[in-house]
Design a binder for this molecule. Structure first.
Ligand SMILES: *Cc1c(COP(=O)(O)O)cnc(C)c1O
Length: 365
């Protein structure tokens, strides 16, 4: 094993356990993982192969290219569906069809263009439809859905198999928008009775039966967050990010540490210099206030996060020696807690983990 290098360990058995937790919670609704953004930074290929082994047969990605790469990565394992949440963006129809990807059409214009393209195909092209129920991001507005129903020829060459919407406030169970969005999707589903319906992301699965519909689309929960932006015993940590100590040095009272001299030692302390920085995915906003885990306790960051290094307080910690690994994220320093300390969410922390770290997959693929 190479020395002095950060290491990202991805526990595929924990991923599998999280998938099974979602299956139990979904009560028969299909659990169709979201593996966009390279599986939330953890490797879409490896993650998807393990999820396939757990029984996942439909997947969601954001981009066309992610769908093409997933198709390749799964090789002979042929999922029932790879949904592309961007939909059919301009000019992408031939590539979507060639890779047998299913666009979740998300604007009236996309329905028009993909419907026209489908008329030249030998058989109806499968598609999904995103309806907006309050997010005001992607999705047809209710009046656009009505207009679509009034001119059914636009759908004639398409096989609409899934109607989805996306929750804006799933992490806030008492938010009134949740129930309103579920009711609006229920209404839209009645207009397309032959399609299946899907609303819940990870946190949505925890909102209860009214939110499960036919399919749920968990992402971040599979990868160890939440389900509601805070740690939960039902969800196992998947990613462990560690980096080696390069040096341990004495800092005298009154001396400062790092760029901008933003930290002044109030008394003598021992500081470990750790080989990971913002270029590895430690957010600069983790300082002040952030910590790493070492030798059985959290250790606070001293001074600013720099590109390649952080400095950590290891006063009275004999185990701190060059070469020892500190945990930046993992079973002791949970993703959601680390995110909170950096003023962000688990999603951003995960997707910022850089490729500079060595990647290790543990557990069965
Ligand atoms: C990213 C995404 C999801 C997954 O959300 P999580 O909060 O990570 O579970 C589900 N649906 C859509 C439309 C998304 O964009």
């Amino acid at each position: 094993m190479s020395a002095a290098r950060a290491r990202l360990t991805i526990d595929l058995d924990a991923l599998g356990a999280n998938y099974r937790t979602f299956c139990a919670r979904a009560r028969g609704a299909e659990v169709a993982p979201v593996v966009k953004a390279d599986g939330y930074g953890l490797g879409a290929a490896q993650v998807s192969r393990r999820l396939w082994a757990e029984g996942a047969r439909s997947f969601h990605v954001a981009r066309l290219e992610e769908g093409e790469a997933l198709r390749q990565a799964l090789g002979p394992q042929r999922p029932a569906a790879i949904y592309v949440l961007d939909g059919a963006v301009s000019g992408s129809a031939p590539r979507l069809a060639a890779a047998e990807l299913i666009p979740v059409l998300s604007t009236a214009g996309q329905v028009e263009v993909y419907g026209a393209y489908a008329r030249g195909a030998a058989t109806p092209l499968p598609c999904g439809l995103h309806v907006d129920t309050g997010m005001n991001r992607l999705g047809l507005r209710p009046e656009e859905v009505e207009a679509l129903l009034a001119s059914t020829d636009r759908l004639a060459a398409l096989k609409l198999e899934l109607v989805i919407s996306h929750l804006a406030c799933a992490e806030a169970p008492s938010h009134p928008l949740n129930a309103r969005q579920a009711a609006l999707l229920k209404h839209a589903h009645r207009l397309f009775p032959h399609a299946r319906a899907s609303l819940a992301n990870s946190a949505g699965v925890w909102l209860g039966e009214d939110f499960l519909f036919d399919m749920v689309r968990p992402g971040v929960g599979l990868y160890g967050s939440g389900p509601r932006g805070r740690p939960d015993p039902d969800i196992r940590p998947v990613a462990t990010f560690e980096a080696p100590i390069l040096d341990v040095r004495a800092v005298s009272a009154g001396e400062t540490v790092g760029y901008g001299a933003s930290f002044t030692a109030p008394g003598p302390l021992r500081a470990a210099v750790v080989a990971a920085g913002y270029a590895d995915g430690i957010l600069r906003s983790a300082s002040p206030g952030g910590s790493v885990w070492f030798d059985g306790a959290p250790r606070r960051l001293l001074g600013r996060v720099s590109m390649d290094l952080i400095v950590v307080d290891v006063t009275d910690c004999q185990a701190a020696q060059p070469g020892a690994m500190v945990e930046i994220l993992g079973p002791n320093l949970l993703l959601d807690d680390a995110a909170k300390a950096a003023g962000t969410v688990a999603y951003e922390l995960l997707t910022r983990l850089s490729s500079r770290a060595q990647r290790v997959y543990s557990g069965n693929i």
